[in-house]
Unconditional design. Structure first.
Lengths: 299, 252
């Protein structure tokens, strides 16, 4: 039984990775999960300089999901390279660094800085709904998506994943724009912009007013978008959005995802990634699937 | 490797309006738990995906006591649980209060009172508990009085001194070498100012909305005076670096 997947020449032992922002840089969850078992660890977004993030409250629960407006707090690329990459390198897993920025130059600076670092893939976050500049501003216009992708591809030493926003009218158009810009891989969906109001205080629950919705409630939307994106491009797609169980993950793979990310489910079960890996293997045994590639896009 | 804990409810009763008292058998992990640490407790209703952080009120070997307020649908679900129920939790989490052998003031406001009970039991030196309540529903007061003299403040004046915990402290000229406090942010702000004024060492237990509970998601941060070594910015993680902070470390 072969569970390994090849993403732009990088071979992951299985198709299960973490979703950026839900797993820190691995150290905290490393107490609960043997990181050697993961296909890859996708780090919390890192910028060229430290970011303070948004005021609190930064999270709120909603039915079947949650809203977050962390605001991409991160210690900056220097600390990241000095501390987080060496930590992750101890494990037999692939390292995918999520890159964020406020301007095109911010992104390029991080990408260039990572050129000589032992990381396997870069994931470019052009889809964070919680920061005023950058982030989603690059991800909602196909011309901007194609442009920033092309600029990053000129500088990047590692294969590039463009992470797409679901807060668009036509996800297929965005997927094609990223592919046209030279993206090696796509990942989607980032969170859906949402809101929660405290009717007793008559105020917004999140200090940021809006936040990105994630969790099991968004899964049908994410699945539809992954299906549309995967059918719009030739490059591999990493599917995510509300995956909690192996059954959820298999749906995404059948819809066309070459790999999957586990995000909010880590907060529900700290070993959610391992449960999904074991469940996928059980499914493959049950149906006599010899290679996980047989399942990709098989609907 | 750590894991989520399958635990069993041993008992549950109501202590006061909206205040519940639950003992849980939570296994070997709890034997090293410290006062001021917390657990995160999961709902059974799958629509409520995030665990709720609840501080440890007492620790007795593998058994823990949670005294909590019903604040929403999740904690209302907890309040329905009866003895024998299987539940999921994580913990003990966070740092807890440092135990110092000095003359101590334990200052608790409202639902910030319970985490001080185990501390009151364990502090070896002279100690006084100053407890602030809304009204005459003085939950846990008698249990504190087994370990320390207790001073009471109530907002409506129905018991003890009318006013807040600092009114009691000033009125009774209570002295201390160390303060431990847990309660609403305005109270903590006032306690911090008092401690700085009197040059008393002071530890504050903070609270914020959490998601992961283990330091990964960066939801529950507080403003730190200095750049924090882990986060690289002026933020500390309440779940991981706290919930207890030396008062000068944090800005409230």
């Amino acid at each position: 039984m072969n569970t390994s997947v090849n993403l732009a020449g990088v071979v992951l032992k299985n198709p299960v990775m973490t979703a950026s922002g839900t797993f820190g840089s691995g150290a905290e969850y490393g107490e609960y999960v043997d990181l050697n078992r993961l296909g890859a660890v996708v780090t919390k977004g890192v910028a060229n300089v430290p970011w303070e993030g948004n005021p609190t409250p930064r999270v709120a629960e909603v039915t079947g999901g949650m809203l977050n407006a962390i605001g991409l707090q991160n210690p900056g690329i220097d600390v990241f390279c000095r501390r987080d990459i060496p930590y992750l390198r101890q494990f037999d897993t692939k390292i995918i660094v999520n890159v964020c920025g406020k301007t095109e130059n911010d992104y390029l600076e991080v990408v260039e800085r990572l050129a000589d670092e032992p990381v396997d893939l870069l994931e470019i976050n052009i889809s964070c709904p919680n920061v005023k500049e950058g982030g989603i501003a690059f991800g909602q216009d196909p011309k901007a998506v194609e442009h920033i992708t092309a600029q990053i591809k000129k500088k990047a030493r590692q294969p590039v994943i463009m992470k797409l926003s679901p807060n668009v009218t036509d996800i297929a158009e965005m997927a094609r724009a990223a592919e046209a810009g030279g993206a090696d891989i796509l990942s989607l969906i980032n969170t859906l912009t949402g809101m929660k109001i405290d009717i007793h205080r008559r105020s917004f629950v999140l200090a940021n007013k809006t936040g990105g919705m994630s969790g099991p409630a968004i899964k049908p939307i994410a699945l539809r978008m992954v299906y549309q994106a995967a059918h719009a491009v030739q490059i591999p797609v990493i599917g995510m959005g509300g995956i909690v169980t192996a059954e959820d993950a298999i749906e995404f793979i059948l819809a066309g995802a070459a790999a999957v990310s586990i995000g909010t489910a880590n907060f529900m079960y700290p070993d959610a990634t391992l449960r999904v890996i074991e469940g996928i293997e059980a499914y493959m045994r049950r149906y006599g699937v010899k290679d996980i590639g047989e399942l990709v896009g098989a609907v | 490797m750590k894991s989520q804990i399958e635990a069993t409810v041993l008992s549950q009763r109501q202590l006061a309006t909206g205040i519940y008292d639950m003992w849980i058998e939570a296994g070997e992990e709890m034997t090293g738990a410290r006062p001021g640490q917390f657990v995160t407790l999961y709902c059974e209703d799958g629509a409520r995906i995030l665990p709720r952080p609840i501080s440890l009120c007492e620790i007795d070997g593998t058994r823990i006591r949670l005294v909590y307020r019903t604040a929403g649908a999740g904690t209302r679900e907890f309040a329905q649980w009866q003895a024998g129920r299987q539940v999921r939790l994580m913990g003990p989490l966070g740092n807890g209060f440092p135990i110092r052998e000095e003359n101590a003031l334990l200052i608790g406001g409202g639902i910030g009172i319970p985490p001080l009970l185990e501390l009151a039991k364990r502090l070896p030196g002279q100690k006084t508990a100053v407890l602030g309540y809304r009204d005459r529903e003085l939950f846990l007061r008698e249990e504190f009085s087994l370990h320390a003299p207790v001073e009471i403040a109530t907002e409506d004046g129905s018991a003890g001194v009318k006013g807040n915990v600092l009114d009691v402290i000033r009125q009774k000229s209570l002295e201390a070498q160390v303060i431990y406090a847990c309660g609403p942010t305005p109270m903590l702000r006032a306690v911090k100012a008092y401690a700085l004024e009197k040059k008393i060492r002071c530890y504050l237990s903070l609270e914020e909305r959490m998601a992961c509970g283990i330091g990964a998601c960066l939801a529950c941060v507080c403003r730190s005076t200095e750049v924090d070594e882990h986060t690289g910015v002026h933020n500390k993680r309440i779940c991981k670096d706290g919930p207890v902070f030396e008062a000068r470390e944090v800005e409230l």
